[in-house]
Design a protein around this ligand. Structure first.
Ligand SMILES: CC(C)(COP(=O)(O)OP(=O)(O)OC[C@H]1O[C@@H](n2cnc3c(N)ncnc32)[C@H](O)[C@@H]1OP(=O)(O)O)[C@@H](O)C(=O)NCCC(=O)NCCS
Length: 177
């Protein structure tokens, strides 16, 4: 089945809960949130989070759907630097890694970000997460805190968002008399 990558819609909290819980269960080392805490969250809390990221231009959650949800990513605008966005929750189900889905997911995030005025996107990656680091660098992210030698600091990866391409205006030739 061909996978679809799209923004979460309002009213899809159950879908979001399902894919987010699976990501926390499957890749606990990749995320700061704990599966056990997320599992105990109320229905209302999932709905508030999911619906807030399903509309407007400040945050968005994207899902990859095949016959079941197989991937997720979220972009949140920074409160203090509104031109920056923080990429979070990025996950692809293990059986679907190594293809072009992760790139498709990033393309979707960056396209939305460019349409909504973001200039940079940053992601914090656990320093032991070699696969995610390699993926982000392959996609064009660069290390933002290379000079910081504190061993407990996770790498911050940053990539500029290209401005949306605007189709050139075509001026009609003057009618010949
Ligand atoms: C991060 C993630 C979305 C990337 O998607 P993916 O489909 O695995 O990405 P790709 O396979 O295109 O790229 C991964 C790269 O890392 C390489 N790689 C695999 N294991 C690696 C390891 N242990 N160390 C270093 N590189 C590794 C792969 O060979 C590939 O590089 P290549 O294309 O040059 O060969 C996915 O691996 C994932 O969901 N991981 C678990 C959750 C996670 O870590 N999320 C990120 C939170 S910041």
């Amino acid at each position: 089945m061909k996978a679809t990558i799209r923004r979460l819609n309002v009213g899809e909290a159950d879908l979001y809960r399902r894919v987010r819980l699976e990501s926390l269960r499957e890749s606990p080392e990749a995320f700061a949130s704990l599966y056990a805490d997320a599992f105990l969250r109320t229905e209302e809390s999932w709905s508030l989070q999911a619906d807030a990221s399903a509309e407007g231009g400040d945050r968005a959650t994207f899902v990859i759907l095949a016959d079941e949800p197989i991937g997720v990513a979220a972009l949140y605008r920074d409160d203090t630097r509104p031109e920056d966005g923080e990429l979070m929750q990025v996950w692809i189900a293990p059986g679907h890694r190594g293809g072009d889905l992760a790139i498709g997911l990033m393309d979707t995030v960056f396209h939305w970000a460019s349409l909504n005025g973001f200039q940079t996107i940053r992601a914090e990656v656990t320093h032991s997460n070699g696969r995610a680091l390699r993926f982000y660098e392959k996609y064009g992210f660069e290390r933002g805190n290379e000079g910081n030698t504190a061993i407990d600091r996770n790498p911050i990866l940053i990539k500029r968002v290209e401005r949306p391409r605007i189709a050139p205006k075509i001026t009609p030739a003057p009618a010949s008399s």
